[in-house]
Structure formats: structure tokens, C-alpha cells
Design a protein around this ligand. Structure first.
Ligand SMILES: CC(C)(COP(=O)(O)OP(=O)(O)OC[C@H]1O[C@@H](n2cnc3c(N)ncnc32)[C@H](O)[C@@H]1OP(=O)(O)O)[C@@H](O)C(=O)NCCC(=O)NCCS
Length: 478
């Protein structure tokens, strides 16, 4: 691809995003704006529902979701602007450090992040497991534990005496591409110096912990790509230091260097999923961190929460649905049947957004750009468009149901050559930035999470010895 085409692609992407921003702003509801709060007096009075719905657990400066206006903001910056002008690496820095980096800060951050993509020792552990028999999310959960051991040595009292760390350039395990010798060996050397902290600090906000955030952001990306390779019977691919985070992720997953269009759209997906309020996985990660467990365990908890179909994974269902529908002209009949059966349509509706999810507004046009270049995706894209139209015209006004982020993300990932089984791990690759940023912020004024439950069970029961107890069947018969 020549430079002129690349520039046309990035311009087309930026214009599409800015156009989507304009539409979003002109259609936005007159919902309440974020109130200006200088000081909060705790405890707060608020209405709390089951699942802590509506409860306010902490203050944050990291991100804000306005569900009635369809706004998503990271550290004060609108998601549309971040997608149009920024990169995932810059957004990670912004989330973790609270400001956009200077050129120098960015260069040093990127260098670190790039070097932390190399985790040969951890991969070595991973290839020893029958990953192809595991679900990709349980493999990722395991991978985060391996990272914890290899990067912190927390459970390894005898770690100081270890000398058995083989670099991949010593052929300790097979790789799809030849390891890079000297360059890689340098990383191994540095990895040894910095990979073993002298002490385990309880303060999760120390610079050592910030470094762990970088390691996790990079490591989860590499680990996800490795899982994808092993899961499909291929060998892992070593990262390429010259590539961006998004390009490396695609390269390590598919084995092909992405085109600039693919790279930019992957980058946008990473930005869009990086943070989203106190969602279940973020909260799970924060709860674990609040016990003064460590960042790796906390991120592991985030991965576990993301595994559930109510959180990650709706995009897989969207892809299954679109394939099942088959073509745009079959949409009306299919939709009518779904309505009759009162069934929910995957990729629509949201607990917080009662208007268009801004992330869907951005991903829709991105899918269109990809579909124009990938004929195989065209029919699915047209089916999606037809479905969006009919659902919004039927339920938009009446039930406030619009496409959510999952509606187009599966189509985007498929167009980028990523298999369906990897969609949820990919979510983790991005969200690890939000998890770690929110943990760092919360730990500055840590208070262990400890909500209460209303006890509605019986009291004052008299204990019966086991031999006198009846089975459930006997109780029913009596
Ligand atoms: C995301 C979701 C759980 C949000 O749920 P919620 O805010 O609690 O909304 P409810 O489930 O209470 O639904 C409210 C009404 O909208 C309807 N509704 C919600 N989502 C719907 C969908 N995807 N398709 C059709 N109707 C839907 C419900 O049937 C209900 O209708 P009713 O009032 O006539 O009974 C829900 O929209 C859903 O299950 N969507 C599909 C799965 C999905 O895409 N998940 C990814 C979210 S990012």
C-alpha cells in the first residue's frame, strides 16, 4: 500500500468519527449533565438496587458515562476525539497518569510497553499446557497467574538463586518466526534486572506497581495472541518492536502485518473498550485490590468477571445471529419472529445507555470501511445495517433500545482475521488499562469493599441430630 492510500484511509477514518460525533451531539437527549462536585461529604444518600445498582462506591477522575446523552469521557476527553486523534498507547498513559503525555514521556512509555510485550518465560509455561482444550478465557486467567509468578516472583522464596531462565533465542521452545538474537537477549538481561522486585510492597501505588500496570497491559496482549495461536494449533509469534500495540496484537494473532487501515481500526477498538465506569469486571478487580492482594490477582479477577455472558461475549452472539439470519432481505421476517417470541436481540440495549452507545456510533462506520475492502464481510455488514434500521425504528423511541458496542465489534474483529473465540479475551486486552488505572486511583485512599446483605432467612431454628433428619422427599410426602 502506498503512502497516498494510507493517508486517504486515515483521513476517511477521522472524518467518519468526527461525522459520528456531530450526529451524536445533535441527537443527544436533554439528559442531566455531570454535576460539578468540588467536595463530597461521605456517607452519601443514594438509592441502591439489587446488584448494587445505583450505589456509589468511590470517587473517580478516570472516566464518565452519561447514558442519557450517549457520552463517554476518559479523564475529561471525549471518546470521539480520542478515537479520531489519539492512540491506544496514549490513552493508556492518560488513564494511568491523568494527563496526555509529552513527546518525551510518550516515547519512554512506548519503549517500556513494547519491551514488556516480550514474555518468553511466561509463554514457555503456557505452551506446556493443553491450551487448545481450554476455553480461551480460562487460558487467559491462567496466563495472568503465570505472568504474576514470572514477573514478581512473589511465591518463589528461592528466586534469588534462579539461573534457569532461558531466552527464546536459546530455542527453549518453538516459535513460528525466528527469534531476534541480540535484540531479544538484551530484553532478557533487562527482564532479569527489573523482573524481580527486592520486596513486596503493600502500597499498590508505588512506582513498582505502576510498572506492573505497564507489564500487565503489554503481557495480556501477548498472552491473548499466544492463546489464539495455540488454540488454533499454531505456534506463538514473537512481537515486533517496530510495531504499535494494535499492529503487534494483530501481527502476533494472525501472523500477518496489518494494513494501516486495519491497524487504525484495531487501535480504535482498543481505545473504545479501555474503560467504562464501574462495570462488573472493573469492580471485581477493585474489590480484590482493596484487600491488598496484588495487581495480578486483581486483573485475574477482572478476567474472571469478563468471562460471563452478561458482560463480555455478546459480540459472539451477534455474529452467530447475523450468520443465522443470512442476508438483509431475511431480516424483517426474522425480526418479526423474535418480537413474537419476546426475545432479546443480541447487540441492542444497554443498562446505562438509553440512546445510541457512542462506541457503536464509531464502530458502525469502521465496519463499513472494512467491509468495502473485504468482500466476504459485505453480506454480514448489510444484514447488520438492515437489522439496526428495523430495531431502532421499532424500539428506539418506545423502549430506548439502540445498538450497543457489541453490535459491530464482532464484525470488526472478524474482518481483521480474529476468530470468534478470541473476542472476549480481546476485550480484556483493552480493559486491562481501565482495571489497572482505577485500582491505582482507588488505592490512594483504599477502604476494603464490604457491602451488606439483607438477611431474609429463618431464625431461631432448633438443631436436629443427623439421624433424626428427614430427606426432602419425606418432608414433601408428610
Ligand atoms: C444489555 C441488557 C442486559 C440491558 O438490560 P436492561 O437495561 O436491564 O433492560 P431490560 O432487560 O430491563 O429491558 C427493558 C425492556 O427493553 C427490552 N429489551 C432490552 N434489550 C432488548 C433487546 N436487546 N432486544 C429486544 N428487547 C430488548 C426488554 O424486553 C424490556 O422490555 P419490556 O419492558 O417490554 O419488558 C439488555 O438490553 C440485553 O440483554 N441486551 C442483549 C444482550 C447484549 O447485547 N448485551 C451486551 C450489552 S453491552
Amino acid at each position: 500500500m502506498n503512502r497516498e492510500n494510507t493517508e486517504i484511509d486515515s483521513l476517511a477514518i477521522r472524518n467518519a468519527i468526527l461525522q459520528a460525533k456531530e450526529t451524536a451531539y445533535s441527537n443527544s437527549q436533554n439528559g442531566p449533565d455531570l454535576p460539578k462536585l468540588d467536595k463530597i461529604d461521605w456517607p452519601l444518600n443514594c438509592t441502591v438496587g439489587p446488584g448494587l445498582e445505583g450505589a456509589i462506591a468511590c470517587e473517580t477522575e478516570i472516566g464518565y458515562v452519561n447514558g442519557s446523552k450517549g457520552q463517554l469521557v476518559y479523564r475529561g476527553y471525549d471518546i470521539f476525539d480520542l478515537c479520531a486523534y489519539s492512540t491506544y498507547e496514549e490513552v493508556c498513559y492518560l488513564l494511568l497518569h491523568g494527563k496526555l503525555p509529552s513527546e518525551k514521556e510518550f516515547a519512554s512509555f512506548r519503549k517500556k510497553l513494547n519491551s514488556y510485550l516480550f514474555i518468553p518465560d511466561t509463554i514457555r509455561l503456557m505452551v506446556g499446557f493443553p491450551v487448545e482444550q481450554w476455553s480461551t478465557m480460562s487460558a487467559l486467567r491462567l496466563g495472568v497467574n503465570f505472568m504474576r509468578q514470572k514477573q514478581t516472583y512473589r511465591d518463589d522464596a528461592a528466586s534469588a538463586a534462579r539461573t534457569d531462565n532461558l531466552a527464546s533465542d536459546e530455542d527453549s521452545f518453538a516459535m513460528e518466526n525466528p527469534p531476534k538474537g541480540a535484540e531479544h537477549a538484551v530484553y532478557e538481561f533487562f527482564g532479569r534486572l527489573f523482573g524481580k522486585p527486592s520486596s513486596v510492597k503493600e502500597d499498590l501505588t508505588s512506582s513498582e506497581e505502576v510498572d506492573s500496570c505497564y507489564r500487565l497491559i503489554a503481557g495480556v496482549a501477548t498472552m491473548t495472541a499466544v492463546i489464539s495461536r495455540l488454540n488454533s494449533g499454531s505456534l506463538p509469534i514473537e512481537p515486533d518492536s517496530s510495531l504499535s500495540h494494535a499492529a503487534n496484537l494483530l501481527y502476533m494473532t494472525t501472523g500477518k502485518k496489518p494494513t494501516p487501515l486495519e491497524e487504525k481500526i484495531m487501535d480504535i477498538c482498543l481505545i473504545l473498550h479501555a474503560d467504562h465506569g464501574m462495570n462488573a469486571s472493573t469492580f471485581a478487580a477493585m474489590v480484590v485490590a482493596s484487600t491488598l492482594s496484588d495487581l495480578y490477582f486483581s486483573v485475574g479477577a477482572g478476567v474472571s468477571a469478563l468471562n460471563g455472558p452478561l458482560h463480555g461475549g455478546a459480540n459472539e452472539q451477534v455474529m452467530i445471529t447475523l450468520k443465522k439470519i443470512g442476508s438483509p432481505k431475511k431480516v424483517p421476517q426474522w425480526f418479526e419472529n423474535m418480537c413474537k417470541e419476546k426475545r432479546k436481540i443480541p447487540g441492542f440495549g444497554h443498562r446505562v445507555y438509553k440512546t445510541y452507545d457512542p462506541r457503536a456510533r464509531i464502530l458502525g462506520p469502521m465496519t463499513s470501511l472494512l467491509a468495502a475492502q473485504k468482500p466476504a464481510m459485505k453480506d454480514l455488514y448489510l444484514t447488520a445495517q438492515a437489522l439496526e434500521k428495523i430495531v431502532v425504528s421499532t424500539y428506539g423511541e418506545t423502549k430506548r433500545i439502540f445498538p450497543n458496542v457489541d453490535f459491530y465489534s464482532g464484525l470488526v474483529y472478524s474482518s481483521l482475521g480474529i476468530g470468534q473465540k478470541m473476542f472476549t479475551p480481546l476485550f480484556a486486552v483493552s480493559r486491562v488499562a481501565g482495571w489497572t488505572a482505577r485500582i491505582l486511583e482507588y488505592m490512594k485512599h483504599n477502604r476494603i469493599f464490604r457491602p451488606r446483605a439483607l438477611y431474609t432467612g429463618p431464625r431461631d431454628l432448633v438443631y436436629t441430630p443427623m439421624e433424626q433428619r428427614q430427606t426432602s422427599k419425606q418432608l414433601t410426602a408428610a
